[in-house]
Design a protein around this ligand. Structure first.
Ligand code: SF4
Length: 440
């Protein structure tokens, strides 16, 4: 039986797309391997949002090339955002690559593989306009599973390549989303995370008769038998609505976790980023959400060293961190993404300043995280069990509703996917330690 190996870069959307790639190969009779040296098909699912994943993709393809030198029958495929962006140039530049499939081409992957099996080199970066149909696919199910509900983005933040490589916003139909979630629940999923670059825009592109708001979709998802937790990512702050706050407050299956990327604390930087909100309007929404949803944990993305970011601008970001006190942040030094609007701006913050600012942000966040984690000590939290310790049967791990990793002990029998009440005895910055509060 031929084997395939997939290397996934970047975000959860790519992880989801890799599940789709795997399902297509499985359907064609291949079997998956986690060892690239064993693969007959080596596929890299690329990300071009930041410089680093793109470099990683380039270096993996170098490793694939070495394997192909030893085993010339090996086929090499390039999928994802870099594939979409570079298209046929990849086939021209890398003679050993056999196929390039863009972000909209996965539903045609089977035909592409059939051509590759016949010795052809193929590039498919066609873009589908209109509604997004992924169709039903037999996928790997875990107790906590991702489900793409929409893709693409219409926001054109000046630094971001997503609208160019993932295209305009497209939503899956409500029926398709719910069918997939029923399938997941029937096969053991207890928590679903609804994925999209801008989930608040869910419904765009769907016929009027089949359109519902994102808030309504969450309610429908939470009614699926077996689903006990619903999460979502990512919300754009400008579209984050009172409706969504109300659902988070009233629907007890919606976890108290909100990823709302601020990116920068300075209004002039936000304007140059084309984010379409001010820090004050962002803060107002966040405060409203915190007030309405008890125990809400916030997370955010930040870019430091954006073109023209002054010391004062940067201090606004530091102040935002102090004022909002996120549980988690994802912070990066700005890097130019060719093809974006910001690529025309002078990248005029020196690298050493970017590095220093990033270090200050991460250092401050470390202190905030330590303080926020400490607040859990002595609390009893709900944990969905996702793993067991290898040595001792009494060790378990999972996440609480705020998405914090919890490691705990229990003398009771607990299965993966079970829910446990855990008393937090010790807080670490990135995880919590505790013991079962369900009578040992
Ligand atoms: S909202 Fe902005 S940062 Fe997010 S995917 Fe769209 S363009 Fe990129």
């Amino acid at each position: 039986m031929k084997k395939y190996f997939i290397l996934t870069m970047g975000c959860q959307m790519n992880e989801y797309d890799s599940l789709r790639i795997a399902a297509i190969f499985d359907k064609m009779g291949f079997c998956r391997t986690e060892d690239m040296d064993e693969g007959d098909y080596l596929i890299v699912n690329t990300c071009s949002v930041r410089e680093k994943p793109q470099h990683k993709a380039d270096s993996s393809i170098g490793r694939f090339k070495k394997i192909k030198k030893q085993r010339p029958d090996v086929k090499i495929g390039f999928c994802g955002c870099v594939a979409q962006q570079e298209g046929a140039n990849i086939l021209k530049s890398f003679r050993y690559v056999d196929f390039v499939v863009g972000t909209d081409g996965l539903d045609r992957l089977e035909e592409v593989i059939a051509c590759v099996e016949n010795g052809q080199r193929v590039c498919d970066t066609d873009v589908n306009e209109g509604a997004l149909s992924i169709g039903g696919f037999k996928r790997n199910v875990s107790v906590s599973s991702f489900v793409t509900i929409m893709k693409g983005c219409d926001n054109f933040c000046s630094y971001c390549i997503v609208p160019y490589v993932r295209g305009r916003e497209k939503s899956r139909t409500v029926t398709e989303v719910l069918d997939e979630i029923k399938y997941l629940a029937d096969n053991g999923a207890r928590e679903v995370t609804l994925l999209g670059q801008n989930v608040n825009s869910f419904g765009k592109g769907l016929a009027d008769s089949g359109r519902i708001s994102f808030a309504e979709l969450i309610n429908r998802v939470s009614e699926v038998d077996g689903i006990r937790r619903v999460r979502f990512v990512t919300s754009h702050p400008k579209d984050f609505s009172d409706d969504l706050i109300a659902v988070m407050r009233d629907n007890k299956k919606v976890c108290e976790y909100l990823h709302l990327p601020l990116q920068a604390g300075s209004d002039s930087v936000l304007k140059a980023m084309n984010r379409k909100y001010t820090y004050a309007s962002y803060l107002e929404k966040v405060m409203k959400a915190k007030e309405a949803v008890k125990g809400l944990a916030l997370s955010s993305d930040f870019i430091v060293g954006f073109p023209d970011e002054s010391d004062d601008d940067f201090e606004c970001t530091m102040n935002a961190l102090r004022e909002i006190e996120y549980e988690t942040i994802f912070a990066f030094a700005y890097s130019v993404r060719p093809g974006t609007k910001a690529a025309d701006y002078a990248d005029n913050v020196p690298d050493e300043v970017k590095k220093m600012r990033l270090a200050r942000v991460l250092d401050l966040q470390k202190q905030i995280m330590a303080k926020k984690s400490k607040e859990y000590e002595g609390q009893i939290v709900e944990v969905m069990v996702e793993g067991r310790g290898k040595k001792d049967g009494g060790q378990f791990s999972g996440r609480n509703r705020q998405n914090k990793v919890v490691n705990f002990t229990s003398k009771k029998h607990i299965d993966i996917g079970d829910f446990a009440k855990v008393l937090i005895t010790h807080a670490r910055p990135n995880s919590l330690l505790g013991k079962s509060a369900d009578g040992e």
